[in-house]
Design a protein around this ligand. Structure first.
Ligand code: APR
Length: 310
């Protein structure tokens, strides 16, 4: 009897973000998961722990923990979370030299064993790491996606829901630009139950929520002290992976390689994209106001400056 070919997702980095993402994917039942880490025993231990949760959760997905890349062969999606995380006082940009080397190494190992996979990059500084990943993999731009906008938008949505006293489910929000202090939350494209945000809240309150969104990652780093956020990053990563595996064609903000869109050439920056089975199926170009365009260009320039450090 012919067996159904199960989908396979490799998650590189079995730390906070990687292990939580692996848990979400495994529990969704959408794919088998291979968890890879450089630390001996860590992915094996977390993989076994996740597999032992499966009888209670009720899924039959296989979860493999490993220090080698051979088990990752033939993956449909490769999620890259390996690298160091922020500590209080650090910006995402401070991670660049260490994480560039790590991302380069893991992507070249994984990409050659899964040449048709879609890469979802999570390691920070996100936009710069997408450049490292596309170079190390040789993949076309449609198959290299940076997960950041979905996370920044989730944070913005949470703050809007708190402020308006409306269910998070009815709050839509859009954050574009680089995944750093210059990110560009777009109130005009954010809405509560379809009502544009500027009609729901005063300009002053919106400005406060925008600022809290921009420093959303740092707020958590300051509280945790030993590392950075991982529940929301893992949930936002799963949103991207699910849209690929189910070809949902979600319209979400992700870092994509721009070649002229929004007046930007050759840079990964967060923009609205349609994510489906082929990865980035389409980049959506919305019309910015002159202020929005200026903020977006400034954010893209920050990505460019950072790239010069690699
Ligand atoms: N190969 C495989 N795994 C590696 C490598 C490598 N070369 N180098 C480091 N790792 C692993 C670490 O052993 C660790 O288990 O990456 C994991 C990172 O986990 P955490 O330290 O818990 O960091 P986490 O919070 O998961 O963040 C990872 O995602 O959101 C970003 O800014 C964050 O860049 C950071 C990344």
């Amino acid at each position: 009897m012919a067996r159904i070919q199960r989908r396979k997702v490799t998650v590189i980095g079995a730390g906070n973000v990687g292990a939580t993402t692996a848990q979400r994917i495994a529990e969704s039942g959408l794919a088998d998961v291979v968890l890879v880490d450089i630390v001996e025993g860590l992915p094996q231990g977390k993989g076994l722990d996740l597999a032992e949760a499966a009888p209670v959760v009720g899924h039959d997905g296989r979860i493999t923990g490993t220090n080698s890349y051979d088990e990752t062969s033939g993956s449909d999606v490769i999620v890259v979370t390996s690298g160091i995380a922020r500590k209080p006082g650090m910006s995402r940009d401070d991670l660049i030299s260490t994480n560039a080397g790590i991302v380069r190494g893991v992507v070249s190992e994984a990409a050659k064993r899964s040449p048709d996979a879609i890469l979802v990059v999570v390691t920070n500084p996100l936009d710069a790491m997408c450049h490292v990943a596309i170079k190390a993999s040789g993949f076309p731009k449609s198959r290299v996606i940076g997960m950041a906008g979905t996370l920044d938008s989730a944070r913005f949505r949470h703050f809007i829901a708190l402020e308006t006293g409306v269910s998070v489910e009815d709050v839509r929000a859009f954050v574009v630009g680089g995944h750093g202090d210059t990110m560009v939350p777009l109130p005009r494209y954010s809405a509560v139950g379809g009502i544009p945000l500027p009609e729901m809240l005063s300009a002053e309150r919106i400005a406060a929520l925008v600022q809290r969104t921009r420093s959303g990652g740092a707020e958590i780093v300051e509280l945790l002290k030993t590392g950075s956020a991982f529940y929301a990053p893992a949930a936002a990563t799963f949103e991207v992976v699910e849209s690929i595996l189910l070809d949902r064609r979600r319209l979400i903000p992700c870092a994509a390689l721009l070649e002229g869109e929004y007046g930007v050439q050759g840079l990964f920056v967060g923009v609205p994209v349609v994510v489906g089975a082929g990865g980035i199926e389409r980049i959506i170009e919305v019309k910015f106001t002159p202020e929005e365009q200026a903020a977006f260009t400034k954010s893209a320039d920050a990505v460019k400056e950072l790239l010069a450090l690699i």
